[in-house]
Design a protein around this ligand. Structure first.
Ligand SMILES: [Zn+2]
Length: 124
């Protein structure tokens, strides 16, 4: 017998014995039980959604003064892309760094990676 059946049976008995106070208490208990069941269902959905998000969460490692994101899911192989230190440390956001080419004061070429969100750059 489920909880709701037990409560309904108790309500029937309380009515049979004309116990109005007990009937009211049992009806309140029934409403509370239905509300708890609804909340439980909502929480289960949230837990399932969070589990799914966790599966998709990228693996991030620290190497050579940069964070790197594992791109295995996309490339189906071993591939890492540098992400912005500033954006990840401050806001927990992942912005991939784009390769760029610059020139030093002597006209020498510098290869670096830059963030299009916060202008962070790192020379390679
Ligand atoms: Zn950034």
């Amino acid at each position: 017998m489920s909880m709701i059946e037990v409560i309904k049976e108790a309500v029937t008995l309380a009515r049979k014995y004309d116990n109005i106070e007990l009937t009211q208490e049992l009806l309140t208990a029934e409403e509370d039980y239905i509300e708890l069941k609804r909340e439980n269902l909502k929480l289960r959905e949230e837990v399932n959604n969070l589990r799914e998000q966790l599966k998709l969460k990228p693996k991030i490692s620290w190497y050579g003064h940069l964070y790197w994101i594992e791109e295995d899911e996309l490339t189906k192989g071993k591939s890492r892309t540098p992400i912005c230190n500033n954006c990840y440390d401050k806001e927990g956001k992942v912005f991939r760094l784009s390769p760029k080419l610059g020139f030093g004061s002597e006209g020498e070429r510098h290869q670096y990676v830059g963030c299009h969100n916060c202008k962070f750059h790192h020379q390679l």
